[in-house]
Write a protein that binds this ligand. Structure first.
Ligand code: HPA
Length: 235
């Protein structure tokens, strides 16, 4: 047990796939893992461990935002000997160069968050994927014939803001899309010398207000889920 995860030591696999939403973790465990076992449900943040093609994998949620993923990923790395976490999430595109359903393998996360500064003294607002997971995702995508965008994204602390459209800091920092978690995950992985990647599906295009509808969402995320599972086989 750790402070926020009730799994026993040994019940979490070395590779963890991490959606934001606990029910997405349940959906993936129900549909893709053999012999999935619910190993933690503290605060309804569900973690399942099972087998994908005979490889043990844990799928569990991060919740929303840097503080939440910061807690779960730190405890997984530090107390459960997790080697690699692949965040799988959605993002809003800042540019019409991206389309709905596009997949992004995050190269760099920029953030206004002070998480990395206050946690570890990291002064830079830019953090990078860590370890071999990023390359594993590109390799799996090539095998599955999925087109990937590599990119810098904004891990924002803010979902609702007074400024309409795209915030100035996003332009200034060359961010193609926005989500809310990668920066803290990358900070923890860097500090603890672990592997971390973030795989995103574009769920909305901010300049045009296009969105994947609620009905489309489950099906829309299937390629990312499959890609994450196949990537895990290469880590
Ligand atoms: N902002 C932040 N996170 C997101 C968004 C957004 O517009 N869309 C999907 N995740």
């Amino acid at each position: 047990m750790s402070v926020h995860i009730s799994a026993k030591k040994g019940e979490i696999a070395p590779v963890v796939l991490m959606p934001g939403d606990p029910l997405r973790a349940k959906y993936m465990a129900d549909n893709f893992l053999q012999d999935a076992k619910l190993v933690s449900q503290t605060r309804n943040i569900l973690y399942y461990t099972g087998n994908y093609k005979d490889k043990a994998i844990t799928i569990g949620a991060s919740g929303m935002g840097c503080p939440s993923i910061g807690i779960y990923s730190y405890e997984l790395y530090n107390e459960y000997n997790v080697e690699c976490i692949v965040r799988i999430g959605t993002c809003g595109a800042y540019t019409t160069g991206l389309r709905l359903f596009d997949l992004i393998n995050v190269e760099r996360a920029f953030s206004e968050s002070t998480y990395a500064l206050h946690a570890f003294g990291y002064k830079s607002d830019h953090l990078y994927h860590e370890g071999n997971a990023y390359a594993a995702i590109n390799d799996a995508a090539a095998t599955l014939g999925l087109k990937m965008q590599a990119g810098a994204i904004h891990s924002s602390d803010v979902f609702y803001r007074s400024e309409e459209g795209i915030p100035d800091i996003a332009y200034k920092n060359d961010c193609v899309a926005v989500e809310m978690e990668a920066f803290a995950l990358f900070a923890n992985a860097k500090y603890l010398k672990k592997s971390a990647a973030t795989l995103l599906t574009v769920s909305d295009i901010i300049p045009t207000h296009e969105q994947i509808s609620a009905d489309e969402r489950e099906k829309a995320l299937l390629p990312m889920m499959q890609l994450a599972l196949e990537s895990a086989m290469r880590i």
